[in-house]
Ligand binder design. Structure first.
Ligand code: PDD
Length: 281
């Protein structure tokens, strides 16, 4: 495996940043994960737009010109012979003596890019079974719209799901409405066949897969409502599913050990999943 670190392509085992990197010490950095399908990096421009926004919100400079990044990502994909899998990239505020305030302006942000293969058949089998989710109280900060590497609440929530035999955890507000998963956006299909997903400006990450699935759904003739929904509504829904670059569209068949509808993946989720691989760039 080959990874990119600050201008160099290195064997993965040698792909290292310094212990005083601010990503390591303060989680002072941002990241993106892109899906690779049949050799194509999906929604690249959407991911780079969001990266640009995340960097801007945290006042982290681009470590290189934005227009250079796609070539580096493609190079890492090619060098690792990834046909189906993921590209991960991370930019931190760089290496500097530990001090909470920003380091000297001359500090160069760190950039790492890695890629790995995944098994599309295994993912499809998973989608045909569906996943179980648990719900956890929302306990994250109010800037989850920034894709930072500060993910401890997400880590703890996902481990709690795993311990419960589930695959994802949904953060739920005190009013009972579902925010999003630990690393996914959430959707339901109502009894009258409408898709519902939480507005992206209400305490969630604006998912790139969410936007693509939104477009695909409208193209397929579905009505998509952007509004909050409760766990109770999700349990009564015809279908529930999650979206992310890592899972694409993944049916949810159990919430806190209670079945969604008949407890099997729904046709809307599965058809959106299929269409995603045809439509996305
Ligand atoms: N996570 N919400 C959260 C909290 C996420 O971390 C992610 C993605 C999403 C979905 O966004 P997108 O469709 O752009 O992948 C929503 C990535 C995949 C991860 O942390 O691995």
């Amino acid at each position: 495996r080959i990874s990119y670190v600050n201008g160099r392509y290195l064997p993965h085992a040698e792909a290292k940043v310094h212990m005083e990197d601010r990503g390591y010490q303060f989680a002072d950095g941002v990241y993106e994960v892109c899906e690779v399908a049949r050799g194509h990096i999906m929604d690249m421009s959407g991911h780079l737009d969001r990266l640009d926004r995340s960097l801007g919100e945290l006042a982290i400079a681009w470590p290189l010109e934005r227009r250079v990044l796609p070539a580096i990502m493609r190079e890492v994909v090619t060098r690792n012979r990834v046909r189906d899998g993921l590209v991960y990239l991370q930019i931190t505020r760089g290496v500097a003596p530990r001090d909470h305030a920003f380091p000297a302006p001359s500090t160069r942000p760190s950039l790492v890019v890695t890629a790995k293969r995944s098994d599309p058949q295994a993912a499809r089998r998973r989608a045909e079974t569906g996943i179980a989710v648990i719900t956890v109280p929302e306990n994250r900060w109010d800037r989850v719209d920034i894709k930072t590497v500060g993910l401890l609440p997400n880590v703890l929530a996902r481990q709690k799901a795993k311990d419960a035999g589930a695959q994802e955890a949904w953060f739920v507000d005190p009013d009972g409405t579902v925010k999003e998963g630990a690393s996914t956006n959430v959707w339901i299909v109502t009894a009258d066949g409408h898709l519902v997903t939480r507005p992206a400006d209400t305490g969630i990450l604006r998912g790139i897969t969410r936007a693509t699935v939104f477009r695909i759904a409208e193209k397929l003739g579905y009505t998509v409502e952007e509004r909050a929904f409760t766990v109770e509504e999700a349990l009564k829904a015809r279908e529930a599913f999650v979206t992310a670059a890592t899972t694409v569209v993944m049916p949810v068949v159990r919430i806190d050990d209670k079945p969604v509808a008949n407890g099997h993946p729904g046709t809307v989720a599965l058809s959106l999943r299929e269409a995603f691989f045809d439509v996305a760039e």
